[in-house]
Design a binder for this molecule. Structure first.
Ligand SMILES: [Zn+2]
Ligand SMILES: [Zn+2]
Length: 335
């Protein structure tokens, strides 16, 4: 099969990602073989391709927002049928035995493995996934709409929970791409007032169209103090701005896996009055199941831009340059 491969991490516009010939993967005993229908494009794919994240598997095929169908499975798999629609997401394996796993924090498992980083992902016609980590997707959401839910949506949902937003609270979203625009919809459906702070007129317009109370540039102050904020933009310089925008007792959650350095913080204006600064690390399968159910219940709509899978390099370059709002989704045209 023809699959995308990070041959040598570097700038995507200089060819870090190449189409190469790879064998169709073979499912391990506890894995599903999945025929990829679509694969969402996540900013983490960009970080893998450009070397912001260390190489875990040389020549890896990125992609961890896969909607596909079961094409086969290993001998130990029970409960799946060939042809069934499944989702493949970022969290791929945990040991299930460590102290973190035991207390329900499998997102912190030191032995965790990730799709499209430790193992080949969905920028290819076929991929594999441990059956225990495959998601069953709610009916009523089509393939293209479902793909961004699988990472952008799930991570945004964990970030929302980590931001400790009180019921009916005021939520600030810094950056408004694939993850934030899904998170915003659930937050508003649950009664939040959402303020969006982001560069890019198209993203600000999308925010207002979805029902945000305000949309301003990322370095401006929101029109009212925030109970909670989530930093989606991978820009450490925004941390002090977001902390200053918080009301007393407010919480800032940082959603990204990668963040440029955070400048020195001023204690009195940025942390005092019990403001909290939290990171968000991956997600648990429970986060995923909870979010997918909420997405179906609230009819969350992903704003998507379809690209043929054969143009994944272009999609990543466009993501890097901020040339679209919402989320890019690759539609499989490879074999
Ligand atoms: Zn563990
Ligand atoms: Zn992702």
């Amino acid at each position: 099969m023809r699959a995308w491969s990070v041959v040598e991490p570097g700038p995507v516009e200089e060819g870090a990602l190449r189409l190469v010939e790879k064998p169709v993967p073979v499912a391990e005993d506890d894995e599903l073989l999945v025929r990829v229908r679509v694969c969402g494009v996540c900013r983490t794919d960009l970080h893998v391709a450009e070397g912001d994240l260390p190489v875990h598997r040389p020549g890896v095929t990125p992609g961890h927002e896969v909607v596909g169908e079961v094409a086969g499975f290993g001998a130990a798999v029970r409960g799946f049928e060939v042809g069934e629609r499944v989702g493949v997401a970022w969290l791929r394996r945990t040991d299930g035995t460590c102290a973190y796993c035991a207390r329900g924090a499998e997102n912190l498992c030191p032995a965790s493995r990730y799709t499209g980083w430790d193992a080949d992902g969905g920028y290819a016609p076929y991929t594999t996934v441990p059956a225990a980590f495959a998601y069953r997707l709610p009916g009523g959401l089509d393939d293209v709409t479902s793909a961004p839910l699988l990472c952008a949506g799930i991570i945004g949902h964990r970030a929302l929970r980590r931001s400790a937003l009180p019921p009916g609270g005021r939520l600030g979203l810094y950056g408004f791409g694939g993850s934030a625009h899904l998170c915003a919809q659930v937050a508003m459906a649950e009664g939040a007032t959402v303020h969006v702070l982001t560069r890019g007129a198209a993203a600000r317009k999308l925010a207002l169209d979805l029902g945000a109370a305000s949309a301003r540039d990322a370095y401006e102050m929101p029109p009212e103090p925030l109970d909670s904020a989530i930093l989606f933009a991978p820009v450490g310089d925004l941390v002090p701005f977001a902390l200053r925008a918080l009301d007393r007792g407010g919480t800032l959650a940082i959603a990204g896996i990668h963040l440029s350095d955070v400048p020195a913080l001023r204690y009195e204006s940025e942390l005092f009055y019990e403001k909290q600064l939290r990171s968000v690390t991956s997600n648990t399968r429970e986060d995923g199941r909870e979010f997918l159910a909420l997405a179906a219940e609230h009819a969350v709509h992903a704003t998507t831009h379809a690209y043929p899978l054969s143009r994944a390099d272009q999609a990543l370059a466009d993501l890097k340059a901020g040339r679209f709002d919402g989320a890019a989704v690759l539609v499989n045209d490879l074999s």
